[in-house]
Write a protein that binds this ligand. Structure first.
Ligand code: T46
Length: 131
């Protein structure tokens, strides 16, 4: 988790995220997940190469991140906290609040070939990398 610096004054709060500063890559893509229906889970995949920085800019959701040997559950509920995901990590997102807007900054354009959507294929890729 990475703390971001809120800049506040009597009008409210602003947070800036800059490539090469708060995040260690050039941003090639920004997308955001919102209006997620109650009880819905998303993700259930890993990426071969994608690097990401995730921020719940509104509301909250839970991220399960699994590196093939252990799994952590993280609650994203603060627009001043980001989560970096690099390398082979299986992710699942759930328990979205109705107002959740999950923003993702990424270092690559969308490529379906970068996804691993099968958990057994993911663990095989992790084992191969460790060889
Ligand atoms: C991730 C988590 C956190 C595009 O056409 N372009 C895009 O840039 C993205 C991200 C998705 N899509 C298409 C592919 C699917 O037909 O949008 C549809 C939904 O994507 P997906 O099912 O992969 O969405 P999530 O919420 O399961 O996962 C997304 C990202 O895909 C993924 O990179 O790590 O958010």
């Amino acid at each position: 988790m990475v703390g971001l610096s809120p800049m506040g004054d009597d009008r409210g709060t602003l947070i800036a995220i800059e490539a090469g500063r708060q995040i260690p890559f050039d941003i090639q893509r920004v997308y955001y997940v919102f209006d997620t229906k109650t009880g819905v889970s998303r993700g259930f995949h890993a990426h071969h190469a994608l690097r990401q920085f995730l921020v719940a800019v509104s509301g909250s959701c839970t991220l399960a991140v699994d590196d093939g040997t252990s799994r952590d559950e993280l609650r994203l509920d603060n627009p001043a906290i980001g989560l970096r995901i690099d390398g082979l990590v299986w992710r699942e997102m759930r328990d979205f609040s109705s107002d959740c807007v999950l923003m993702v900054l990424a270092d690559r354009h969308y490529e379906e070939a970068d996804y691993i959507r099968d958990y057994d294929e993911f663990t095989a890729a992790v084992r191969k990398l460790a060889e």
